[in-house]
Design a protein around this ligand. Structure first.
Ligand code: FNR
Length: 387
């Protein structure tokens, strides 16, 4: 019912703003410092225009995409987003199930409130994303557990050397641990739908959400645990850690957060299977180059390694531009979490459907039969400086 007015991915945002308590909405929507990186993620797409070809028979076109030898029904997946289960009831499971049903990959965040085993069980094709814990023994235990759970693809997020400066979380009253306050109570009380749909159902059926389910041997309640402190310092991590993980992990290994060609080349040398070009949705280094701008040079450096990207993808046309600029696959973050918050699994499926139809329609309008055909010949720079 409430999905009817949602005609595009961006329509989920105002609906989520109405439903979620202010600090929670702010946590999703926000980025770091001045939001320059966040804004540029969108702006970068507007600098390219399409050069379509007509009178080509595209009646037998397909947006199916193969990645790591696996077929997906669309060239996009769902990016990892932490603590989704306080935004939507059983958030990670909702995202994972919707993605599995639609035949696209979902990357489960290691900072989930739901244990990885549950997600792997509910949606076997899901990927697992990890922030590396600070010490060797914990890294080895984590990798062992991810393998045991049955995940085939491990994503290491490397752009979180230290936590980005998310001033907006302080302004809206979001923190971990979530501190009970009069304001939080008010924010919650004015959002009865979220209180009922998400918080009440969660507390009644599963108890207080636990943080660090996936890192610590035992998670701790979200109102008690300081994730940053418990996680240990990560600013000493280097390629040596990645190399060790490569030796231990037999599945596909993906590095997320790469923005430089040198780093992509290094990843290839270390035997990494793919990189996700990303500035973390603008949430880490403010002013960091957007993935779309970084993409062409990384494509050249990556050789045969899979190149994926995320950041600011909101339309089928954005997906096609990213593919034209060298991506093999793209990921979408915020809109799908808003969709989960607003409409649960049906909401996410609706979002996937919309985006898939946009890709398909624009592929036809571009004069292509498959996403593999889309290339630089379909684009022209109309603004900005040439890369
Ligand atoms: C994220 N992102 C993220 N990335 C990651 O590797 N691990 C994580 O736990 C999270 N958590 C997270 C939470 C929320 C609420 C958001 C919005 C983002 C970053 C995410 O995977 C992705 O890089 C960006 O969100 C992509 O940009 P768009 O599509 O949101 O513009």
């Amino acid at each position: 019912r409430h999905l009817r007015p949602v005609l595009a991915l961006d329509d989920f945002e105002p609906a989520a703003r109405r439903k979620l308590p202010r600090p929670l909405f702010g946590y999703i929507a926000g980025a770091a410092e001045t939001n320059a990186a966040l804004r540029d993620n969108r702006d970068a797409f507007a600098e390219w225009a399409f050069r379509p070809r007509y009178l080509i028979d595209v009646s037998k076109r397909s947006i199916a995409t193969s990645l790591f030898g696996q077929r997906h029904n669309a060239p996009f997946g769902i990016a990892p987003m932490g603590i989704s289960a306080i935004m939507a009831y059983r958030g990670d499971l909702v995202l994972a199930r919707a993605a599995a049903a639609a035949g696209i990959p979902m990357v489960m965040s290691g900072s989930s409130l739901i244990p990885m085993e549950e997600v792997a069980h509910a949606a076997p094709g899901s990927w697992f994303q990890a922030y590396l814990p600070g010490d060797e023994a914990r890294i080895a235990r984590l990798i062992g557990r991810v393998e045991q759970a049955g995940f085939g693809t491990l994503v290491l997020t490397v752009d979180t050397t230290t936590m980005g400066n998310r001033e907006n979380n302080i302004r809206t009253g979001f923190s971990t641990p979530l501190k009970p306050s009069l304001r939080l109570a008010w924010d919650g009380a004015t959002r009865p739908l979220w209180l009922w749909d998400t918080l009440w159902r969660t507390l009644r059926r599963h108890g207080m959400p636990h943080f660090e389910n996936n890192y610590a041997e035992r998670g701790a309640p979200i109102i008690a645990r300081n994730v940053e402190r418990d996680f240990g310092a990560r600013d000493h991590l280097s390629w040596a850690h990645v190399a060790r993980i490569r030796r231990q992990w037999r599945g596909r290994l993906v590095v997320k957060g790469i923005l430089r060609a040198e780093d992509a080349r290094r990843a290839a040398e270390e035997g990494i299977d793919g990189v996700i070009v990303s500035n973390h949705g603008g949430r880490q280094l403010d002013g960091a180059i957007s993935a779309l701008r970084a993409l062409p040079a990384i494509r050249v450096a990556a050789g045969g390694m899979a190149v994926m990207m995320d950041g600011g993808v909101r339309r089928g046309s954005d997906v096609l531009k990213a593919l034209a600029l060298g991506a093999d696959f793209v990921f979408v973050g915020r809109p799908f979490l808003y969709a989960a918050a607003v409409g649960g699994e049906a909401g996410v499926r609706h979002g996937i459907e919309i985006l898939g139809q946009e890709v398909d329609r624009n592929l036809a309008l571009l004069g292509c039969l498959s996403v593999g055909e889309v290339g630089m010949q379909h684009l022209q720079r109309i603004r900005g400086v040439p890369a």
